[in-house]
Design a binder for this molecule. Sequence first.
Ligand code: PEP
Ligand code: MN
Length: 335
Amino acid sequence: MLVVMSKQATSEEIDAVVAAIQAKGYTARPIPGGERTAIGILQNKGAVDASYFLGFPGVRDVIPVTRPYKLVGREFQPEGTIIRVGNVSIGNGNLTLIAGPCAVESEAQCLTIAEKVKRAGANLFRGGAFKPRTSPYSFQGLGEEGLKILARVRDETGLPVVTEALDHEVFDIVQEYVDVIQIGARNMQNYSLLRRAGRSHKPIVLKRGMSATIEEWLMAAEYILEGGNTQVILCERGVRTFARHSRNTLDLSAVSVVLKESHLPVIVDPSHAAGRRDQVIPLSRAAVGVGAHGLMVEVHHIPEEALSDGAQSLYPDQFEVLCSQVRSIFDVFEP
Ligand code: PEP
Ligand code: MN
């Protein structure tokens, strides 16, 4: 249930409604908006008596929330969320390009790639320090040394940095070094990690699990918002299907639906969807065409020598082409 306050409602009137909700044993969650404040009623087991709240001064409307996800849905917050990282804005009217190697391999590797993607137009730099690999014998990432390298990349280039927190134990240290924390596809339903992310003050990129429904994905985001962190960026990265021609199947219809269902920014990772370099630019164009707020793309200056995901990593000059093409497409809708 959502209690919508009138535009003229005073803070005392809002406080009185919050107190009345709490007195009934529910949780009240005020959501200040540009136009008016709404107050979400959470943790109610059965139906809430709407007419009781309609009697309070300053209350304009009481709306039932029909979706299982409450805080992430547009019923709760019709306007799109904008997340600020340094001087970059993500979501609603912005196109944010995140680029970098799959894994942080060395300082020289990261600095070289970061300079190139920055020149091409990237807004943030990505690189994994803790890598979720299918095989325990594959390169697992540089760990904390990788985080230090990412912090140096930010200092040198000014680009905010994104990396994955692989589990609950490394979350604190990851948070210390980077600007945006990624929760990977394999961890989308790792509830202790989601709860930890909910207590963080840093923005979270939440990747869609490779077999997750839209509802499961949004409910995973709901855990983070419910914990108090409203800065969540949803990332579609392809789901597993019968297809053999690509690593995963990029589900752009999910992007289109989630953009309607949720106020959170939605970005697309065409690299892990495609698994092959030649598909990354066309899928990027399609993702921006469908309305994605950004892209996360793997780029390597020598992909043949990359320690992970070289086959899907773009050469820097290809990333430059990608940037100019997707910015032109974006300008068609957001001139
Ligand atoms: C990644 O972005 O490096 C990654 C491992 O992605 P995903 O969790 O989508 O597989
Ligand atoms: Mn990768």
